[in-house]
Design a protein around this ligand. Structure first.
Ligand SMILES: Nc1ncnc2c1ncn2[C@@H]1O[C@H](COP(=O)(O)OP(=O)(O)OP(=O)(O)O)[C@@H](O)[C@H]1O
Length: 224
């Protein structure tokens, strides 16, 4: 379903050589597979998710979803592909402050060019335990509630692939398991592949596979 080959990424540094951040010889994730990415702070986990989502360009390599190499798509086509097939739970949520929880979920649907499905949006908010909060704007929600809204938004379009960047980092322990259960349950029910970044051993233990991203000339070990 997802296949990365020979992916390299570096960042420009003022007055110095480019800083290499990613070197991923191969990473494959099957349909419906749930994989954790681990690694020390700053080793490039967010960069990896952003590269897969097409939010950041790579220096070399191939990133294919269902056989479509995203690195070869023009930007507009890549944006459309992302809107249609990739859900992303950002570390910082990225909810739109002027819109309610329900509207944030519905807005995610409009980017696909299809009619927003209010029933699905409401159902997802119910599933994240926010059925009663649909009409609240982010400023009137707790951090954990905002995170759960972001989870609902990421799943709204029935993506092929869900990327989740430390989705429980800002949530109290009681709600952490709820979010993981929700992500895993919906992904299992809808055969969505998931790539999740976490520092938690407890969370990692629940996943099909753990991939370790190494620091400094990082090499993501091929599937084990
Ligand atoms: N736009 C950028 N320009 C230059 N360097 C960047 C840029 N974005 C990230 N970096 C650097 O790339 C490295 C990897 O960052 P990234 O956010 O991917 O790490 P991470 O593994 O997700 O970290 P954390 O676990 O702390 O969230 C860091 O050293 C960071 O400073």
């Amino acid at each position: 379903m997802l296949l990365l080959e020979g992916v390299r990424k570096s960042y420009a540094q003022p007055g110095a050589e480019r800083l290499p951040i990613l070197d991923v010889p191969r990473l494959a994730v099957g349909a419906g597979e749930q994989v954790v990415i681990r690694g020390r702070s700053g080793c490039g986990k967010t960069t990896l998710l952003n590269a897969i989502a097409g939010l950041t360009t790579i220096d070399a390599g191939k990133i294919a979803i269902k056989g479509v190499d995203l690195t070869r798509l023009p930007e507009a086509a890549r944006d459309r592909f992302r809107a249609r097939h990739i859900g992303y739970v950002f570390q910082t949520f990225n909810l739109l402050p002027g819109f309610t929880a329900l509207e944030n979920v519905l807005l995610g649907m409009t980017f696909t060019g299809q009619r927003p499905d209010r029933a699905r949006a409401a159902d997802l908010l119910n599933r994240v335990g926010l059925g009663h909060r649909g009409h609240h704007k982010p400023a009137a929600m707790s951090v954990g509630e905002q995170q759960r809204t972001a989870v609902a938004r990421a799943l709204a379009n029935r993506p092929l692939l869900l990327l989740a960047d430390e989705p429980t980092a800002n949530v109290d322990p009681g709600h952490q398991q709820q979010i993981i259960d929700l992500l895993r349950g919906v992904c299992r029910d809808e055969n969505v592949s998931m790539l999740l970044v976490t520092h938690s051993n407890e969370v990692s233990d629940q996943f099909d596979r753990v991939e370790q991203l190494e620091e400094v000339n990082q090499v993501l070990k091929a599937n084990v």
